[in-house]
Design a protein around this ligand. Structure first.
Ligand SMILES: [Zn+2]
Length: 288
């Protein structure tokens, strides 16, 4: 009798403790991020929902020929899982933690293009749609979760109807709306550098001229503000008067550069481009 009473008391304590944990978790929850459709701007797909889907509130994004199409982050955050369950369940899948208890999951991918711990922005390409795992055909299985529990999916401010098939057109168009490039010019050039001049590229990106007074080096980087996370044309240049022009030009996911040159006491020309928007300065900043 005595033992049983003790066991019951212990049980009660455990229940109380876990109830406290649950309420603490709920208290930390914040408003849902402004989730966007997990496909590029203008892409149309059908959101399919049905009873018995696992988990129940998941959405299967369907479109003929979807295999290989880009899958984008619905909101900014940190990639917490890049996993592969083989021919069962999710197959190749990705989870992103958006903070405030919110996560999203993307499953049955044909390719994964981010790594665990990576910072992503709204619209960062994280992989390609496919038919990996336990599926009967290609589609993107998608979940929005709060503290691990699946929630009714909302994208671009619109609730996905339960249950049925509804067409959506993506407004995951980059440049604002809670997105943004996760890289700062300081991260690109290094901690000893400070911004001494900058120039916007009509919303497409921003060119930064930095200087490190400890080493006498200038550094130029162009940070993208469009197609963040997807490779697109960008460049950064730095020319020291009387010397060579150094240019970093190509297809970049986040930024061009860093381009560094020794320039203490010399004038520099600096600039960069994103897509068809470009800027090149005159020779300036001759003193530092
Ligand atoms: Zn599914």
């Amino acid at each position: 009798m005595k033992l049983r009473k003790i066991a019951a008391a212990v049980g009660a304590i455990v229940v109380t403790a876990s109830a406290a944990l649950v309420s603490a978790g709920a208290g930390q929850a914040s408003a849902a991020p402004a989730f966007k459709m997990p496909f590029p701007c203008g892409y149309t797909a059908t959101a399919a929902t049905w009873q018995g889907h696992s988990p129940e509130l998941s959405v299967d994004w369907q479109k003929s020929g979807i295999t290989g199409d880009a899958v984008l982050a619905s909101a900014g955050g940190t990639v917490t899982r890049v996993a592969d369950t083989g021919n069962t369940s999710y197959g190749k899948w990705i989870e992103i933690d958006h903070g405030g208890g919110w996560t999203t999951r993307y499953a049955h991918l044909s390719a994964q293009s981010v790594s665990q711990g990576q910072k992503v922005s709204t619209g960062t390409k994280i992989g390609s749609a496919g038919a990996s795992g336990g599926v009967t055909g290609p589609h993107l299985h998608y979940e929005q979760l709060l503290n691990g529990a699946d929630q009714k999916v909302v994208v671009d401010g619109k609730s996905v109807p339960y249950y049925g098939k509804t067409d959506f057109t993506s407004k995951n168009c980059g440049g604002g709306g809670g997105g943004g490039n996760p890289y700062t010019p300081k991260e690109v050039c290094g901690s000893g550098f400070s911004v001494i001049n900058e120039k916007g590229l009509g919303g497409a990106g921003r060119v930064y001229l930095m200087y490190n007074s400890g080493t006498g080096q200038n550094c130029v980087t162009t940070v993208k503000n469009t197609k963040i996370g997807s490779k697109s044309p960008a460049s950064a240049l730095l020319e020291v008067q009387g010397g060579d022009r150094k240019t970093d030009k190509g297809e970049f996911s986040y930024y061009a550069g860093p381009v560094k040159q020794q320039a203490a006491g010399k004038c520099v020309k600096w600039g960069g481009s994103v897509g068809d928007k470009s800027f090149t300065s005159a020779f300036q900043h001759c003193g530092s």
